[in-house]
Design a protein around this ligand. Structure first.
Ligand code: FAD
Length: 454
């Protein structure tokens, strides 16, 4: 059977773009369907606009400590609407360059909401409804924010709403202390909002290393963020003066109501797979996500799924790596699997935190208490000594006590993401503690302390 395309990708986000571009490298006829804006979550309502607000927060923090460096003029004020308009216009220019780069690579861009009709046919709805066929179909439809089923949930914002808020809320609550909730709480606190994080467990950032979780929770509290541990919001009521959350806490002495201007529900995300025609094509779903094997193949031989619509690592670099790996497996010399173990990640809170490899508890579980050595330090970096403000830096290395291989590295402090990104290259490559000790640092930096840790 002759197909319209060799590869048809549904979803123009990080994973879909990577797969479609890679297919053209092998000379394949590739098309990508997008229902909204090319660039997906990351470019339009995730990583990029978020990082731009982080930069705005950094300006606020720098201004706060400017006096320590001899700057004496009056503090300028943030115009929130100018910031959000500039972010929207920057996102618009990214969308255009993404679309041009796809076209330049020879990818055909299709617009509309797509669903599977059968194994090889996709129906596009929208301004120009059509049916297209492809030998291989890649599902890259991403995810969307969860909304808790509590009374008044409709009054809460989700992460995508944060970039179009008309004004910065003065009193702001965040339900959920995962990385997205923590990042927004940190940004808004730096910009001057009174922020409360409602966290169901004892500590924010479930899944991260315990020391990092503790250090960041303390640092955020020191910056004036109120964290309510072991607490959930039961309902949200709209009043003449904003919103009132009723709270239930397993810890004594915490408030049972909270009055705010806005509340963000940052309680996880779920795959965007409703009405995708998965049943029509016989593609199986497991626990709400598209079921895939180690090569991103679904239960149908010619249909693959990458990125946040599967239940793996919901980060942009993972989606990109999965998209490329599918194409390399199909058309390259040998099958390619994504190695998840050494994918680093960051929490762009202030202070910034980042991590690669195993947490201490994962390493203890895998290697036993005698099987690992843990080296960690907390110290005030030069800048904070000078300004007499800011949280101590945390650096932590987990080493295999037999081979001396670095199993995990965790950091909280300025430039943590860039430091861990560089460290991840060596750690993935199997660097040992001896080699770290034999490396000469750059002085004066925060990262040089890593070399003296062991
Ligand atoms: P997406 O980027 O979500 O793309 C899916 C695309 O498919 C969308 O454009 C959607 O419109 C389209 N689509 C869906 N259904 C259909 C259909 N039926 N027909 C046609 N088109 C369809 N990750 C990081 O690595 N670093 C970060 O700092 C970071 N920050 C984040 C901050 C926030 C607030 C959020 C929400 C996420 C963040 N992420 C971050 C996660 C990252 O954005 C995602 O992991 C990544 O975008 C997933 O890519 P994807 O290709 O799977 O899906």
């Amino acid at each position: 059977m002759a197909f319209d395309y060799d590869v048809l990708v549904i979803g123009g986000g990080s994973g879909g773009m990577a797969a479609s571009k890679r297919a053209t490298v092998y000379g394949k006829r590739a098309a990508i369907v997008e229902q909204a804006d090319f660039g997906g979550t990351c470019a339009n309502r995730g990583c990029i606009p978020k990082k731009l607000i982080v930069y705005a927060a950094d300006v606020a923090l720098t201004l706060k400590s400017a006096g320590a460096f001899g700057w004496e003029s009056a503090t300028p004020e943030l115009q929130w609407s100018t910031l959000t308009q500039r972010i929207q216009s920057h996102v618009g220019s990214i969308q255009q360059s993404i679309a041009s780069s796809l076209k330049e690579k020879g990818v055909t861009l299709l617009r509309g909401r797509a669903h599977l009709k059968d194994l090889h046919t996709v129906i596009l709805e929208g301004d120009q409804p059509q049916e297209v066929t492809a030998e291989t179909i890649i599902l890259a439809v991403g995810g969307k924010p969860n909304r808790l089923d509590i009374p008044g949930a409709e009054h809460a914002l989700v992460s995508s709403d944060m970039f179009t808020l008309k004004q910065r809320p003065q009193r702001f609550a965040v339900m959920g202390g995962g990385y997205i909730g923590v990042e927004f709480s940190s940004m808004l606190a730096a910009l001057g909002s009174e922020v409360t994080v409602i966290e169901p467990s004892g500590l924010i950032l479930s899944g991260f290393d315990h020391s990092l979780r503790q250090a960041l929770q303390t640092a955020l509290c020191d910056r004036g963020i109120q964290i309510l541990p072991e607490t959930v919001a039961k309902s949200i009521e709209k009043t003449g003066d904003g919103l009132v959350l009723s709270l239930k806490s397993d810890r004594g002495g915490l408030p049972d109501t909270l009055a705010v201007d806005q509340v963000l529900m940052a309680v996880g995300r779920h795959p965007n797979i409703e009405s995708l025609g998965l049943e029509a094509a016989g593609v199986e779903v497991k626990e709400g996500a598209i079921a895939v094997d180690d090569y991103s193949q679904t239960t149908q031989e010619n249909i693959y799924a990458v990125g946040d619509c599967t239940d793996r690592l919901p980060l942009t670099p993972a989606a990109i790596a999965e998209g490329k790996a599918v194409i390399d497996t199909l058309y390259g010399d040998e099958p390619v699997q994504v190695e998840y173990q050494w994918i680093p990640s960051a929490v762009f809170a202030r202070p910034e935190s980042a991590t690669v490899g195993l947490t201490e508890s994962e390493a203890r579980k895998k290697f036993g208490d005698e099987g690992i050595k843990v080296f960690s330090t907390q110290f005030q970096p030069l800048k904070h000594q000078f300004t007499e403000s800011g949280a101590p830096v945390l650096l932590k290395l987990i080493i295999d006590s037999v081979t001396k291989r670095v199993l995990g590295c965790h950091m909280m402090g300025e430039h943590a993401a860039d430091t861990i990104q560089a460290a991840a290259i060596a750690i993935k490559d199997g660097i040992t503690s001896d080699k770290i000790g034999a490396t000469i640092g750059i002085h004066p930096t925060t990262a040089e302390e890593l070399l003296d840790l062991i």
